[in-house]
Design a protein around this ligand. Structure first.
Ligand SMILES: [Zn+2]
Ligand SMILES: [Zn+2]
Length: 439
C-alpha cells in the first residue's frame, strides 16, 4: 500500500533528523505513538494516520453517514506548520473564510476544521454534528475536530499548546502557559504575550479555537494551502435524520471497524474492513432490518473535508479556457488571487505586487538555492504564497525552454504576461505549446 510506504519513508526521515527539534514540535512530541515529525528551516511536518486513540463518533446526533478511515498524512501529504510565523498585514477571519479544509492541527496529529460549517452559519458543535471529543468524519471518511481538543490537555500539561494554527502560531487553553488569567484577546482570539510572542486561546464557546489567522497563510480554493488531502473510497453519504451514534469499535490493527447507531428506537450498524490492497468492504445493517454490502475501490487522491472537492485545476490543452464543472469559464487566475496578492489592499494588483509574489514564490520553492525550481522542489511541501499552486500545476508550461526546471526569468515572464493581460482587462491562458500535447 502507498500509505504504508509513505509511513515507512517518513518514519525513516524522522529518525534521521539530527539536532534539536524546533519548539513548535513540543506538543506533538507528547504523542510519539500517533505522530511522526520531520522539519526543515521553514516548516515542521506532522505525519499521522488521522485516527485518534479515543472513541470516535459516539454522541453524534446529526450524522452524514461518514465513518472514520485511516488517512495517509505522511511525507508530502503531512501537515506543514510554519516555524517562523509572519504577522499578516491584514489578518483573516474564520467567520467569513476557510470553510474548507483544516485551520489548525491538534497535538495528536488530528486536523481541526473551522467550527462553522461551509454554509457559513451552522455551528457544528451546537448542531450536534460532533462526537464527545469534538470530532466527526468528512466526506472522505476523514476524521477531524471542529473545536479544541480539550482531552489532550492532561497529557500536554498547562505549559504546552493544544495544537498549532496553520499560520504557525500556537493555540493554548483557557489559561496562560504560566497559569495566569487570559486578558485582551483580539478578534481571532489571540494576543501578544509579555515576551512579545503571539498566540491564540481556545474557548468553550465560539470561536472554540483560533478565530482566524493573525499570521500569513496562502489560500487556494477557499482553504489554507498547502495542506494534506484525504483519500475517499466511496461517494459521500447523506444525512440520516433522527440517527444517533451509540457505539464505535476499532480493532488493534485498525483494519476492522463497527459503528452502531439508533434511529427512531431501532438499531443500525456499519461494519467495515480494510482489505489487503486498500479497498474497503462495508456491511450496512439498516434500522428497517435490511442488510447491504459493498466493496469500495481504493480511492484516488482527492480532498476530504466537509464539502465536495473543488473542480480540479485541469490543464487546458491548446490554450482553451479552463472550465469549471458547471461549464462557466474560469476567472483569470489573477482575479481569483487578487485579494491575497494585493499587499496594499487598494483593490488592484500593481506590477510591483505581482513581482513581489513571484520573488516570494521563487525563493520559497528553490529549496537548495541553486536559482532553479526543479520539479522535485515544485512538488515538495510547498511554499506559502498564492503562486505556489500555480507553479505546481503549470510546471511544464512555465518551464518555457523545457529544461526540466523553472528559472526566475521563466516565472517572471509568465507572471508579467498574466499581469499585462490583467491590466488590460483580459484573461490569460497558456499559448499552444508542444509540451502540452505530451501525455
Ligand atoms: Zn467536519
Ligand atoms: Zn495568552
Amino acid at each position: 500500500m502507498i500509505e504504508e510506504a509513505d509511513y515507512q519513508a517518513m518514519k525513516k526521515k524522522s529518525a534521521a533528523q539530527t539536532g534539536v527539534a524546533p519548539k513548535t514540535a513540543e506538543p506533538f512530541q507528547k504523542f510519539p505513538e500517533a505522530v511522526l515529525l520531520d522539519w526543515d528551516e521553514k516548516y515542521l511536518y506532522v505525519g499521522s494516520d488521522g485516527l485518534p486513540d479515543h472513541p470516535m463518533m459516539v454522541g453524534i446526533t446529526a450524522w452524514q453517514q461518514q465513518v472514520p478511515l485511516p488517512q495517509s498524512y505522511y511525507l508530502r501529504n503531512a501537515w506543514s506548520i510554519p516555524l517562523h510565523p509572519v504577522p499578516a498585514a491584514n489578518g483573516m477571519s474564520a467567520k467569513t473564510n476557510f470553510f474548507r479544509g483544516a485551520i489548525a492541527v491538534a497535538a495528536n496529529g488530528i486536523p481541526i476544521f473551522n467550527p462553522i460549517k461551509n454554509d457559513g452559519r451552522t455551528d457544528t458543535f451546537l448542531a450536534g454534528e460532533l462526537d464527545e471529543y469534538g470530532g466527526h468524519c468528512g466526506r472522505a471518511d476523514d476524521y477531524h475536530y471542529h473545536v479544541a481538543p480539550w482531552h489532550l490537555a492532561e497529557r500536554l500539561g498547562p505549559s504546552l499548546p493544544l495544537g498549532y494554527a496553520l499560520d504557525g502560531y500556537p493555540i493554548y487553553g483557557l489559561a496562560e502557559p504560566d497559569g495566569s488569567t487570559v486578558n485582551g484577546l483580539d478578534s481571532f482570539h489571540g494576543h501578544t504575550s509579555a515576551a512579545g510572542e503571539y498566540h491564540y486561546h481556545a474557548s468553550k464557546s465560539y470561536p472554540y479555537i483560533n478565530g482566524g489567522f493573525h499570521g500569513e497563510v496562502s489560500i487556494g480554493g477557499g482553504q489554507v494551502e498547502p495542506q494534506p488531502s484525504a483519500n475517499p473510497v466511496r461517494q459521500a453519504g447523506d444525512p440520516l435524520p433522527g440517527a444517533k451514534i451509540t457505539g464505535f469499535t476499532i480493532s488493534a490493527d485498525k483494519k476492522k471497524y463497527e459503528l452502531d447507531y439508533s434511529q427512531n428506537g431501532r438499531k443500525g450498524s456499519v461494519n467495515y474492513e480494510i482489505l489487503p490492497g486498500g479497498s474497503v468492504h462495508f456491511t450496512f445493517k439498516k434500522p428497517d432490518g435490511t442488510t447491504s454490502e459493498s466493496t469500495s475501490e481504493k480511492g484516488k487522491q482527492r480532498k476530504g473535508g466537509d464539502r465536495p472537492p473543488p473542480p480540479p485545476d485541469r490543464k487546458a490543452p491548446g490554450g482553451t479556457p479552463q472550465m469549471e464543472t458547471n461549464g462557466q469559464p474560469r476567472k483569470p487566475w489573477i482575479e481569483n488571487h487578487l485579494k491575497e496578492m494585493d499587499r496594499d489592499q487598494d483593490g488592484k494588483l500593481s506590477r510591483e505586487e505581482m513581482m513581489a509574489e513571484v520573488n516570494q514564490t521563487f525563493t520559497g520553492y528553490d529549496a537548495d538555492g541553486d536559482g532553479k525550481i526543479s520539479s522535485e522542489e515544485a512538488n515538495g511541501p510547498g511554499v506559502r504564497s498564492s503562486m505556489a499552486g500555480f507553479v505546481k500545476q503549470h510546471f511544464t508550461e512555465v518551464d518555457a525552454d523545457g529544461s526540466g526546471s523553472i528559472s526566475l526569468e521563466e516565472l517572471k515572464a509568465v507572471a508579467m504576461k498574466m499581469w499585462e493581460k490583467y491590466s488590460r482587462g483580459e484573461g490569460f491562458s497558456f499559448p499552444r505549446s508542444p509540451t502540452l500535447e505530451k501525455p
